[in-house]
Design a protein around this ligand. Structure first.
Ligand SMILES: [Zn+2]
Length: 393
């Protein structure tokens, strides 16, 4: 190499070192215009459309017990018609939350649903109470005090952890009679679900269960026909037998129950807060029953389509879709040499520490962009009600 070339290379190297030293010492901010950055499909753009007003009139919280991103991936892989958008793309906010309980990385439904209903993290088996047992005010109690209608639709038994967290305050779900009594003395306007373990310890017989509920609710027939005229404004309930509500093939199914609930809530001349729970996925995942999971996902997507349709037409409804925890450690996977055929793999028959989906659409959805923990959902939902109070005062 000629001497002048060596000198020039050395000078260039020294200049580069000096440049980086300058950047480091004086903290020069290197910035690029946004057009230089290539976004990956999962990048959150924070471009949430604006709705009529920032605050929703109505809130629908849809909780799927036991659903993680593995279940979601399976739904997208198995139930997406070729090249068509999925129902999940209708949500403007698509994020996640960590559902851990105050006890540690794992949660049960009682603790996670309580966090989402009250805004406070709590311990295993705690329904509507904090870790010391202190009663926590839930979303529905605050909503009722502000003259909202409130309702629960579940494909599980009505004293199950998730629905109970939105209406009762107790240590666990074993005392069904106590939770039923609390439901009957609450301000709840609608409850559709099942009975389970009838006649066992602290679980009343069917007749007694209905008698307790009748203290507050007009008991609908299993045909779900709503009362006419002035009775339309009175609280309504309907209860089915254990496992009577299953997937789309059962009568009734979750979409049908949700449709009737939306008809009832939408006809009230006031705002409403409605919980829709699908528990089917948790039971199926505890048994690692892949076929039952796929059927459950069909039911969830059909119910979701109905809910999103209502919200879109209504224009003043926030829909928050989430899960209380993941069950089964499900993965849609394939081995080398077996591509592209998918197999469903399970890693446990229990709950996992996985983060779970949190999706939102409608007025107020933008608040859910940065959620990290389950209790933040409860805090946000409550704060949206508070704003409603200020508006109406
Ligand atoms: Zn479970």
């Amino acid at each position: 190499m000629k001497a002048w070339k060596k000198t020039s290379l050395l000078t260039t190297a020294i200049l580069i070192v000096l440049l980086f030293a300058f950047i480091y010492l004086f903290k020069v901010n290197l910035s690029f215009t946004s057009s230089d950055i290539e976004f990956t499909p999962n990048t959150i753009t924070n471009e949430i459309p604006s709705y009529q007003g920032e605050h929703p009139k109505n809130i629908i919280i849809f909780i799927v017990d036991g659903m993680g991103f593995g279940h979601l991936s399976l739904a997208i892989q198995t139930q997406r018609p070729e090249n068509s958008p999925t129902i999940w793309e209708d949500f403007d906010v698509r994020g996640w939350h960590d559902p851990r309980s105050i006890y540690g990385s794992i949660t049960d439904s009682e603790a996670s649903a309580t966090a989402m209903a009250t805004g406070v993290s709590t311990n295993f088996g705690h329904i509507g109470i904090d870790k010391e047992g202190k009663v926590l005010t839930n979303l529905f109690e605050e909503a009722s005090a502000l003259n909202y209608s409130t309702g629960i639709v579940t494909d599980s038994y009505i004293w199950d952890g998730t629905p109970a967290a939105f209406v009762a305050h107790t240590r666990n779900e074993d005392d069904a009679r106590d939770i039923l009594t609390q439901i009957a003395s609450s301000e709840l306007d609608l409850i559709f679900g099942e009975l389970e373990d009838v006649g066992e310890d602290d679980v009343p017989e069917v007749d007694e269960s209905i008698a307790i509920l009748k203290k507050r609710f007009f008991h609908l027939g299993k045909d779900l026909k709503l009362p006419d005229g002035n009775k339309y404004n009175q609280p309504v309930a309907v209860i089915f037998e254990e496992d009577e509500i299953q997937d789309l093939n059962s009568t009734p199914n979750l979409p049908k129950l949700t449709e009737v609930a939306l008809k009832y809530m939408g006809a009230q001349n006031k705002p409403f807060a409605l919980l829709v729970e699908c528990e089917e996925l948790d039971s199926a995942s505890h048994e690692n029953d892949s076929e039952r999971v796929i059927n459950g996902l069909k039911s969830i997507q059909e119910t979701l389509a109905l809910v999103l349709d209502f919200a879109k037409t209504n224009g003043e409804t926030l829909v928050v879709f989430t899960s209380d925890h993941e069950t089964g450690g499900l993965a849609a996977a394939s081995d080398f040499g077996n591509y592209p055929n998918l197999q469903i793999r399970w890693s446990t028959k229990s709950h996992t520490a996985a983060v779970v989906p949190l999706f939102a659409v409608g007025p107020g959805a933008q608040n859910f962009v940065n959620v990290q923990r389950n209790y933040e959902i409860g805090q946000l939902l409550k704060s949206l009600l508070v704003q409603e109070k200020i508006d109406t005062d």
